[in-house]
Design a protein around this ligand. Structure first.
Ligand SMILES: [Zn+2]
Length: 338
């Protein structure tokens, strides 16, 4: 990782915040309600079958423009497991570890630390669920599976494919890019605190099967597909957007997409009002720019329980939820869990 990715001083620019890519403290000028996000907004799946029914009913079959729709690419098949596998930066690898009497212990090397991995399944087949960092280089990668009883660990390989995320260039007032020394100090304190939060790994009993973590959408609203969007402010690259923005009015209740335990509640410089949930085995989710946080650290929330509200706190352009999902301390695309 080079200096530009660590945050700090850039020649000629002064102190600016450049959080490391695995730390989701970003300048969330989330384009949930601006022009840049509009073409990329998620739309409901629209099957060919339904198109035919609609077109037929409207008597529009003779119109060439509408006929073109019939040849449109069909929607991809609905997922049957969650998260879906997508072996690209910011995606998820599902790696079979085979049968074992108890859940194997698997880990991945990130920087100079071994980070434990989520392992799901049962005695017939265990699967490691690996979050792939947005900064990962395409090519070969591997995880390590520790042997029961202290034998030599084995490596499980997988390949990371290239994915070209969109890039967004913005010219903004330098004051909003360069942090004052006070803000910079605050940001650095918060970054260290967030790194501790993100290291949460709650073990589950070894023989117990974990449910497939299909998530519920935490708040209704237009969803941007801006995960991975690379932002460049005044020519200075920032970390890619590491979550999903959902546009909703301030005060809209946000519900837990899975059962979880509250592991952090705070008000942060970039992220504003923020809550983190721990769903077990390194699967965490974060909710940012909140106007209200109706839980405390240690609280347990059930699936669908309202626990905070949409707002516009922190560095934002308007009210929306910034929703992040993390596996093995790595922000991955929340859409893979829906
Ligand atoms: Zn965002």
């Amino acid at each position: 990782m080079d200096a530009a990715n660590r945050g700090g001083t850039i020649a000629g620019v002064g102190r600016i915040a450049l959080p490391p890519s695995h730390i989701p403290l970003h300048i969330c000028r989330c384009p949930a309600v601006t022009e840049s996000a509009r073409p990329a907004l998620a739309r409901p799946a629209f099957s060919i079958h339904r198109r035919r029914a609609l077109i037929g009913a409207a008597g529009l079959l003779a119109q060439p423009a509408m006929l073109g729709l019939l040849h449109a690419k069909p929607s991809p098949p609905a997922p049957t497991v969650w998260p879906q596998a997508l072996q690209v930066p910011g995606g998820v690898a599902r790696l079979s570890l085979g049968p074992a009497a108890t859940r194997p212990v698997a880990q991945v090397r990130q920087g100079d630390v071994d980070v434990p991995l989520r392992v799901v399944g049962d005695t017939i087949e265990w699967t490691a669920i690996v979050g792939i960092p947005l900064a990962a280089a395409p090519g070969d990668a591997f995880i390590t599976v520790l042997a029961d009883g202290g034998g030599s660990p084995r490596l499980v390989h997988y390949a990371v494919a290239h994915k070209q995320y969109k890039e967004q260039h913005l010219k903004v007032s330098p004051r909003t890019v360069d942090l004052s020394p006070e803000d910079q100090a605050r940001y650095e304190r918060e970054r260290d605190h967030q790194a501790q939060v993100m290291a949460a790994f709650t073990e589950q009993p070894g023989g117990v099967a974990l449910p497939s973590p299909r998530m519920r959408v935490p708040v209704p609203g237009r969803r941007s597909s801006s995960f991975g969007l690379r932002r460049v402010f005044n020519g200075q690259p920032r970390n890619p957007h590491s979550g999903m923005d959902i546009a909703a009015p301030t005060g809209t209740p946000i519900v837990a997409p899975l059962p979880g335990r509250v592991i952090d509640v705070g008000d942060y410089f970039f992220n504003g009002g923020t809550v983190w949930l721990d769903h077990g085995q390194g699967l965490l989710s974060m909710y940012c720019h909140l106007s209200s946080m109706d839980v405390r650290v240690g609280d347990v929330v059930s699936l669908g329980q309202a626990f905070c509200k949409v707002g516009a706190t922190g560095r934002v352009t308007g009210p929306h939820l910034h929703w992040g999902v993390m596996l093995n301390r790595t922000m991955v695309d929340p859409a893979l869990f829906l």
